[in-house]
Design a protein around this ligand. Structure first.
Ligand SMILES: [Zn+2]
Length: 363
């Protein structure tokens, strides 16, 4: 039977189960939607329908592209997560429910002073992990996060590219799943992303000068408290619901320690990656990454670009991840892809995974 016919049959089966569940005819656990463990998963498996929304008004780096990159919406996070979650080597993280949901945001009411701005409905936060369930023992822990900054859709495409490779049937991905566990948090600022996609200005927020910049880096909960940047509040506790949910989940899921951590951002010129830890700039993973992506700049000395990557403020996510109070991450990284095509962004994610394969396969 061809892969396509198999896909149709399995999809039809999954939909039947889903419809029966919705109709209340027996409650099927998610595991029954699973693909067989010998399933061949290529990149076509991860294709899903989405509405293309373009946000040229914000990101200068995308203006010159013939094929601009679509915004990455909360609906796309849900659809991609659902697809990935059917695979037998993907499970909810310890703090997520069986639908891989960590929790929901409070939402934001409609502001009558700004009738063009819609309300923000409660948004979903997801967490899932990818690893071979048959292989036990100590595994390398890798944490992946995207959407820290609301309008930086590039980071989401890079995360999707990395997940699609790691969760696929390429023998190198199979090897990675035997040696590592990937903790994936695809939308760590979902109200901010909703706001960015829907072009909400929230002009009535406390900082009258923030203007349209507000939707770039924060979310309404932050603005109401006078904070503008979602990547400056990771050391807060009890102030912001999404920060509290995500930090608690990452700590519980990883047991409070991880080896690698990727916080996906961008786009930026030149495309670059960086780390607040000197050792992470010169380790074997860093060298493998430079081989895989020679056109992407490693920040910091000896060059001048983003030389002070190690300096604070401590509320940056990579610094929180590296801290004792955070995840005690040995190699924390931030990725800033260039103003690239969707295809190149997906390839970047694959390269982040392949560089790890280069390291683990030659140890
Ligand atoms: Zn950013």
């Amino acid at each position: 039977m061809s892969h396509w016919m198999k896909a149709v049959l399995v999809c039809a089966f999954a939909w039947t189960i889903a419809l029966l569940s919705v109709a209340g005819v027996g409650t099927q656990p998610v595991a029954d939607d699973r693909m067989p463990s010998d399933w061949e998963v290529d990149e076509h498996y991860f294709e899903y329908e989405y509405e293309e929304i373009f946000d040229y008004y914000i990101i200068q780096a995308w203006r010159g592209l013939d094929e601009p990159v679509p915004a990455y919406t909360p609906q796309m996070v849900a659809r991609h997560t659902e697809l990935v979650g059917r695979l037998p080597w993907v499970t909810p993280t310890a703090s997520a429910d069986r639908n891989m949901v960590l929790g929901r945001t409070p939402g934001w009411p409609k502001n009558p002073d700004w009738p063009d701005d819609p309300e923000i409905p409660p948004q979903t936060m997801y967490g899932y992990q990818i690893t071979d369930p048959q292989t036990q023992g100590d595994k390398v822990k890798v944490v992946l996060a995207a959407q820290n900054h609301s309008t930086e859709f590039t980071g989401s495409w890079v995360l999707e590219g990395m997940v699609n490779f790691v969760a696929g049937s390429d023998p190198r991905a199979v090897f990675l799943r035997e040696r590592a566990v990937f903790y994936v948090y695809p939308d760590i600022n979902p109200e901010g992303r909703y706001q960015a996609v829907h072009r909400i200005d929230l002009k009535a927020a406390p900082d009258p000068n923030a203007g349209t910049n507000m939707r770039k880096r924060g979310n309404p909960e932050l603005y109401a408290a006078g904070e503008k940047d979602h990547n400056r509040v990771w050391t807060t506790s009890g102030r912001f619901s999404t920060i509290d949910t995500i930090t608690a989940a990452m700590k519980k899921d990883t047991g409070g320690r991880a080896d690698y951590f990727w916080d996906m951002h961008g786009p930026q010129e030149p495309p670059n990656w960086r780390s607040p830890r000197m050792e992470a700039r010169i380790n074997r993973y860093a060298l493998a990454l430079m081989q895989r992506e020679p056109d992407v700049l490693r920040c910091g000395p000896p060059g001048d670009f983003k030389r002070n990557v190690a300096s604070g403020p401590p509320g940056k996510m990579s610094l929180w991840a590296a801290s004792e109070e955070g995840l005690n991450v040995t190699y924390p990284y931030v990725y800033e892809p260039g103003g690239w095509t969707r295809q190149r962004l997906l390839e970047a994610g694959r390269n982040l995974a392949l560089a790890l394969h280069d390291v683990l396969s030659t140890e």
